[in-house]
Design a binder for this molecule. Structure first.
Ligand code: HEC
Ligand code: HEC
Length: 468
């Protein structure tokens, strides 16, 4: 249960109906579109920070502003298994799992709170990779029923106040953070609901929402890998995150930080956390790579893909380009600014404390992301709808209902991504593991840019992608 409550506290710093025929677009036509804005989204000034201090803040501080009393946490959860601890973490957090921090609240109560790694770290082939989005994070459960019991567990009145705050926030969010599929992430949706409950200028909490809340079901979003941020001039799949990136990340504080002074105190160390994120490098593909095949793949990539995704290696160049949804043809919901990116939430952010030096400005399409370490970041597309690179490059092989394999042995280094089976082949499977591309927001259509390649060219491009 505490794991579930901790998950509730995982709030983000801060994607058409039935599977339609993918729009077929000649690879070069979109380039003109992409080049409309020249070199992509222009860079904006960022505050400098220190990566080492950033790492310590990331795994040691209480930036979401609430948590469960340590005594209660220890009683139920106990010390984390060695494989879940962060190597080298000392102090009160030493025995906690990687996704939790220990800190002392202004009230003097020691709390265990969620950190960013609950969504931004993940096990890949048995190893915890910091910065890899967690494609198996489970937001399918209903936390509501657990909360009543949790209220009664704390005897000490001050600790009880802390617990009550966490539970009240969780109760507000419970109906809005439940996804239908494991791996779909509700972070942006959670942020919108929290915005709705606050005064933008003072951040004061109001139990009654001040804005109309979004529809309860989150639009599914896949968590981007942190090591890509150093190349990007806008955050998020729709390039919505503009201006000071540290300020956007510290929007995680919107969970429980209830006044501007406390938010400013959190903001003061977020340039360090951003500097840590910018220091991350992608993991290397672990198996041997066929160099000759990869060189062929590079030629095809530079002819077919580089106009949107950039070039790699010495002299490589990447610009953050927003590709119109009608060109890329992937699920439109997120790009239509549905749910969390609806105008009232964008306006709230831009007129709030968070909007002082940052802003939300969602584009009408999706960023063509940098592809460094792409072998490790399945499933693909903004909604995580495509399990492997092989399926990404041949849209005719995508299946409407798949059971997406997750876990230690499920990663396929050949097709590159998560092993998955058409559901028809797997009777009686838990529906939460089924990715159903016919549901609004979940479509796996579009991005047909690999379809016209020959099978051999696709093989070579995949070999090349392993080298990035
Ligand atoms: C509940 C899960 C969750 C938590 C917790 C979370 N994030 Fe995220 N994060 C996401 C999702 C989902 C996205 C993608 C949102 C989108 O593109 O619309 C994202 C995007 C980002 C991005 C932009 C990446 C890119 O390439 O565009 C950064 C940077 C980031 N988060 C940093 C943080 C930091 C720092 C924290 C902790 C303070 C944090 N996140 C906490 C889920 C989470
Ligand atoms: C017209 C621009 C364009 C072209 C050409 C293009 N892509 Fe993309 N690509 C995109 C966009 C936009 C996305 C994100 C779409 C989304 O998330 O809905 C994307 C997503 C991807 C992803 C998924 C990344 C992730 O982490 O989810 C991969 C891999 C990829 N492209 C590879 C390729 C390859 C290989 C080629 C050439 C065969 C190619 N792309 C051609 C625009 C393009």
């Amino acid at each position: 249960m505490i794991r579930s409550i901790a998950t509730v506290a995982l709030v983000a710093a801060a994607a058409c109906g039935p599977r339609s025929e993918p729009a077929r677009v000649a690879p070069l036509a979109p380039t003109a579109d992409a080049d409309r804005d020249g070199g992509g989204v222009p860079a904006e000034p960022q505050r400098p920070g220190d990566p080492t201090r950033g790492w310590h803040a990331l795994i040691g501080r209480g930036y979401v502003g609430c948590g469960a009393p340590r005594t209660l946490y220890d009683r139920f959860a106990g010390a984390a298994p060695a494989g879940w601890r962060l190597p080298g973490r000392t102090g009160p957090g030493a025995e906690l799992p990687y996704f939790a921090n220990a800190y002392t609240a202004p009230s003097g109560v020691e709390l265990v709170t969620a950190n960013c790694l609950g969504c931004h770290a993940s096990f890949l082939r048995g190893e915890l990779v910091i910065g890899l989005g967690d494609a198996s994070a489970d937001f399918t459960f209903d936390v509501g029923p657990m909360l009543g019991a949790a209220r009664l567990l704390v005897a000490d009145p001050i600790a009880r106040q802390e617990m009550t705050k966490l539970i009240d926030r969780a109760a507000t969010l419970a109906p809005y953070m439940r996804t239908r599929t494991i791996g779909a992430n509700p972070a942006d949706h959670i942020a919108a609901v929290l915005f709705a409950h606050r005064d933008p200028a003072t951040l004061a909490w109001s139990d009654e929402p001040r804005l109309e809340l979004p529809a309860p079901e989150p639009i599914p979003v896949d968590v981007p890998a942190w090591w890509l941020l150093k190349k990007k001039t806008a955050m998020f799949h729709t390039a919505a995150g503009r201006g000071d990136q540290a300020r956007i990340m510290m929007t995680a504080s919107v969970l429980c930080v209830d006044d501007v002074a406390s938010a400013r105190a959190v903001d003061a160390y977020f340039p360090d956390i951003r500097a840590f994120i910018l220091s991350l490098e992608p993991p290397r593909y672990p198996d041997p790579i066929d160099g000759v095949l990869a060189a062929h793949g590079r030629t095809t990539f530079e002819r077919t893909c580089a106009a949107c995704h950039g070039t790699y290696g010495p002299g490589g160049h990447y610009a953050t380009r927003v590709i119109a949804q009608r060109v890329v043809g992937t699920d439109p919901l997120l790009a239509e600014h549905a749910g969390q990116f609806a105008a009232p939430f964008v306006r709230w952010f831009n007129s709030s404390f968070y909007g002082e030096i940052a802003r939300l400005e969602p584009g009408d399409g999706y960023v063509a992301p940098p592809l460094d370490g792409v072998w490790a970041t399945a499933p693909y597309l903004h909604n995580g709808s495509v399990p492997t690179l092989a399926a990404l490059l041949d849209s005719t092989t995508r299946v409407a209902r798949t059971m997406i394999g997750r876990g230690r042995d499920a990663y396929d280094l050949d097709a590159v991504g998560w092993r998955s089976d058409a559901v028809e082949d797997v009777p009686g499977v838990d529906p939460r593991w089924i990715y159903d591309a016919s549901v609004a927001g979940y479509s796996n259509a579009g991005h047909t840019f690999g379809d016209d390649l020959t099978a051999a060219e696709r093989r070579a491009v995949i070999e090349y992608l392993k080298t990035l």
